[in-house]
Design a protein around this ligand. Sequence first.
Ligand SMILES: *Cc1c(COP(=O)(O)O)cnc(C)c1O
Length: 394
Amino acid sequence: MTNELNPSKRLLMGPGPSDVHPRVLRAMTTPLLGHLDPEFLTLMNETKDLLKVVYQTENKLTIPMSGTGSAGMETVFVNLVEPGDKVIVGVNGLFGERMVDVAERCGAEVIQVTAPWGEIIEPASIEEALLQNPGTKLVAVVHAETSTGVMQPLKELSDIVHKHDALIVCDMVTAIGGIPTEIDKNEIDAAYSGTQKCLSAPPGLAPVTFNDRALKVIFNRKTKVQSWYLDLSMIQNYWNDERFYHHTAPITNVYSLREALRVIVEEGLENVFARHKQYGVALHAGLEAMGLKLLVKKEHRLFQLTSVLIPEGIDDVAVRKQLLSKYGLEIGGGLGALKGKVWRVGLMGYNATQTNVTQFLAALEDVLREQGYESEPGAGLRAANNTIKEQVTV
Ligand SMILES: *Cc1c(COP(=O)(O)O)cnc(C)c1O
């Protein structure tokens, strides 16, 4: 016999999944309803309405797809792209690279606009690519690049893309619930996200949103969407008033998402964003006071995900292992071009608290000292607390 499930206590401060809010965990123990039960249909409508609030959009087609954030990425590309379409992808990290792969699998002719990992995609370089590639259908960028910690500014980019009659598509997996997404204000035509980052729900759903401009493109397709499971023309008939069965909705995940969104709306979106900023800034100050360097320059830093450069001579894996074994604290390593070069620290959703900043800085100081890295004792905590004091008006 195997033992009853009893995993060790963890604090998930990596790039995702992040800790699930206790109210969300409770919602997940609620008995199932059938996927066509009138009561469940009400819960679906409430979930859609809450999603619109958190995505900051009026888009009618705003629904959670079954699957993790990557299913959201596939949904956007398989529904908008047809073979031979020209697609420009901004690549400044792993998730841009992944969008290239997905778009190519849809038969797109992909034009990559690259920037070094840790920097933003300059709107001017997208404009240049649009000028060189007339007839481009779609431009895709990552709003919150979790592999680097970069926040991509969107408004100027969106204006440029629309001037060239293309659609702008955004990966908002780590953005949603952490920084303003402003789908309508930024005129983002389609976006996808995930539940396991700043929404503080478990992985399993991928909220997507499409505006009328994007819907028109889908409506005018000449070819069938190559994925049966992710074909929005069918799935929207389950999520709208038709309620046609397509596949069985993951009921428990819908419960969890609804509760996670309720938690955010209750706190207030502006307060949620301010909290991420407050503790993100505190973490940055703490790390820098310990003599550590951050990958991303200040004006482009995310608050919910921070990449810190691993100091010379310090063993990447040993530090992460020790944080986990001694403190039950998980952070992420670097991916791709940044493997072995950075640690990635998440302060996502429910986890963006002063307690977690304090706990992490103290644990890191201890573990780094054991690895031979010296910093002034307590300097990180002091600096972090000072920024919090400055920001809080009592
Ligand atoms: C996590 C993440 C994804 C992929 O989401 P999964 O839930 O792992 O499928 C895509 N894009 C970004 C920016 C992410 O952070």
